[in-house]
Every structure is written in C-alpha cells, then in structure tokens.
Design a protein around this ligand. Structure first.
Ligand code: THU
Length: 139
C-alpha cells in the first residue's frame, strides 16, 4: 500500500518534527519515510552537547526503518524550521543524502514541506552521481 497522498507523508514529518530535540540550534526537523509496504517510519533531529554527535531527522527515520528490517522505500518527506515554524523548504544535508541513497532509488520522490505546501524533487536531483560500491547502482 503505497498510494499515500504526499501531503499525508508531509503531515507525518510535521508530527515527527514536534519531537525534535534541538536545544542548541532551535532548528527542528522532521522526516517521514514511506516504506514499500505502506508503513511510515519517522525521525526527528536529536542534538547533543557535543555538537557532532547530533543525528539528523532523515537518518533517524532511516535508522528506525532499517532497524525494523525495512529496506525498500517509496517516498520521503522532510520539514524543518526555526522552533518548528515552517518557512522555506528544509533540504537534506549531504550526509543524509548519501545515507538515503544507500537504500533508495534515484527516482524516489522527496517531498520538501514549506509554509505554503511542499516541493517535490527526486533523490537523484538532490544527489546526482552518488557514491556506491554496489555494481548494479553504478552509473
Ligand atoms: N538537520 C537535520 O535534522 N537534517 C538535515 O538534513 C539538516 C540539519 C538538523 C541538525 C541540527 O540539529 C539542526 O538541523 C541544525 O543544523
């Protein structure tokens, strides 16, 4: 069951953003990964007093899914904003793009929520020429 409306996935990311732990940057991020079987795995950013220990929302969602045995995905939604207020789109950082590319196809849609709705990009648009050691994913 993957015929979920994109806005529903964005809404799940917004709900996840409310659980962000961001006392240092005050920038809250939420991510929702739609698995091929229809389940949704969410993540939020979890900051740390030792700043580099911080985990981004996208990798938190990916960790939740993979830890549950899920490795096939249909879509991703990401939202973020200062104190959780949506303004412009919040694009995944480079590390998260590479992490997502390990499991997701270049044509997978990524919905980036903003104050007025959401923008749709593909993972391949966000990270062209991603690094891979998998022969079948080589460009
Ligand atoms: N952050 C994410 O959660 N995802 C991204 O792709 C970019 C940045 C978080 C990390 C940190 O807690 C805050 O946003 C500010 O950088």
């Amino acid at each position: 069951m993957t015929n979920l409306q994109p806005q529903a996935l964005v809404d799940a990311a917004v709900a996840a953003m409310a659980r962000a732990y961001a006392p240092y940057s005050h920038f809250r991020v939420g991510a929702a990964l739609l698995a091929a079987d229809g389940r949704i795995f969410c993540g939020c950013n979890i900051e740390n007093a030792s700043y580099p220990v911080t985990i981004c929302a996208e990798r938190a969602a990916l960790s939740a899914a993979v830890s549950a045995g899920v490795r096939e995905f249909a879509a991703l939604a990401v939202v973020g904003g200062h104190e959780g207020v949506l303004g412009e789109i919040c694009t995944p950082c480079g590390i998260c793009r590479q992490a997502i590319a390990e499991f997701c196809a270049p044509d997978m849609p990524v919905y980036l929520g903003h104050a007025e709705g959401f923008k749709t990009l593909t993972l391949g648009e966000l990270l062209p020429y991603s690094f891979s050691l998998m022969e079948d994913k080589k460009i």
